[in-house]
Design a protein around this ligand. Structure first.
Ligand code: DSN
Length: 422
């Protein structure tokens, strides 16, 4: 790490500083396609590293258990007001430490251990915290799970309705981590109303698209919106819960004192900045560009013989089933990583393989869009993926090294905040 970039850190702890420097280089030189990752702005980076770190502030603005909150209260109130304005909601809680604690707070607010809860199955594209067995939410609650149709890879809303009416869950989650298609919040709302369930939209992946008008909003359809702040929304690692006023007290009590102690004020500040950025016209352009890039990348992958779950994408995310390429997802992901293309291996719906060695890889366009790549670059990205996957099948390390150099060459022309310029 150059001492001028982080002088105090380099002087105090050169070993740790060297790890940060290496990460900066890695993020600068690689094509980061993990759909839940992004690059925050310089302003978000700065806000997240301020003296707000030094304060304890259990409670909420105006109702704290510690003194000296004059400025902290203003920071949190600003973040709350911006969240309400951006997402068109009556109440926002910006204190959850991240997505899983945010979702756990929802359970605490609306269910009792042993109650039935319903979410999308993890291997179908859902999230661990939507009642999946290995999560606390699936062992403390009785999780029942819906999925997608075998042929289309799309949610079968009639099947969701049948399951909801048979099980009458306390809570229904919609949303997930590997869903390439638009979520029909109105359809879920009518199912939840019929079943008498609290409906939660976990929009962690698509929050930035919603804020930028590139995906329909769940506001007005669902009881609670849960989101992380660091994916397409491009804020610091954190989370928010948003709801109608009628649920505000239950949500706030569940977050604090139900689950958490003092909020991470430096993160709250970063969230406030990210929400301000997300209200600007440039963010609307970014959100639409994320989707345009994903559609262009999907088309270019299809042209190269890739099998995409649901046949393509409506959002920022593409789920590739590599079965037809003869390469397991983990082998492909590791080869892509050696080629400078960072993805994660992922189950595909009805995957015959195990989660730790599944059939697919999951990719997305938020990070490359934040660095300024556009639709015109997507054929090259697809071609690199194709060459790397073919090389993985043949064990051809030389091709991976060539692709890595080509990727680094392109990325050098697209700087991002906090990264060293080559
Ligand atoms: N780990 C997140 C993702 O990558 O989608 C979800 O929690």
């Amino acid at each position: 790490m150059s001492a001028s970039r982080h002088p105090a850190l380099s002087a105090t702890d050169p070993e740790l500083a060297s790890f940060v420097a290496a990460e900066e280089v890695l993020q600068a030189e690689t094509l980061r396609l993990i759909p839940s990752e992004n690059y925050v702005s310089a302003a978000v980076l700065e806000a997240s590293g301020t003296v707000l770190q030094n304060k304890y502030s259990e409670g909420y603005p105006g109702r704290r258990y510690y003194e000296g909150q004059q400025n902290i209260d203003r920071v949190e109130a600003l973040a709350v007001e911006r969240a309400k304005g951006l997402f068109g909601v009556e109440h926002a809680n910006v204190q959850p430490y991240s997505g899983s604690p945010a979702n756990l707070a929802v359970y605490l607010a609306f269910a009792k251990p042993g109650d039935t809860v319903m979410g999308m199955a993890l291997p179908m594209g859902g999230h661990l915290t939507h009642g999946w067995g290995v999560s606390a939410t699936g062992s403390w609650f009785r999780g029942v799970q819906y999925g997608v149709q075998p042929g289309t890879g799309l949610i079968d809303y009639d099947a969701v309705r049948d399951l909801a009416l048979a099980e009458r869950p306390k809570i229904i989650f919609c949303g997930g981590t590997a869903l390439p298609r638009t979520i029909d919040f109105a359809a879920f709302a009518s199912i939840a109303e019929e079943a008498g369930s609290v409906l939660v939209a976990d929009v962690a992946h698509i929050a930035g698209l919603i804020a930028g008008g590139a995906h329909p909003s769940p506001a007005g359809h669902v009881d609670v919106i849960s989101t992380t702040t660091h994916k397409t929304l491009r804020g610091p690692r954190g989370a928010m819960l948003m709801c109608r006023e009628e649920h505000a007290k239950a949500i706030d009590k569940a977050v604090f004192p139900g689950l958490q102690g003092g909020p991470h004020n430096q993160t709250t500040a970063g969230i406030a900045v990210a929400l301000h950025e997300a209200a600007q016209p440039s963010f609307t352009a970014y959100a639409h560009q994320v989707v345009a890039n994903a559609k262009a990348l999907a088309a270019a992958l299809l042209e190269r013989g890739f099998d995409l779950v649901s046949g393509g994408t409506d959002n920022h995310l593409i789920l590739i089933d590599l079965t037809g390429k003869g390469v397991p997802g983990k082998t492909a992901a590791k080869a892509l990583d050696r080629a400078g293309i960072v993805v994660n291996y992922n189950t595909v719906p009805f995957d015959p393989r195990k989660p730790f060695d599944p059939s697919g890889v999951r990719i997305g366009t938020p990070s490359l869009t934040s660095r300024g790549l556009g639709v015109a670059h997507m054929p090259a990205v697809a071609e690199w993926i194709s060459r790397a996957v073919d090389a993985a099948a043949k064990g051809d390390e030389a091709v991976l090294a060539v692709v890595r150099a080509e990727v680094a060459d392109l990325m050098a022309a697209f700087p991002a905040p906090g990264l060293p310029l080559s």
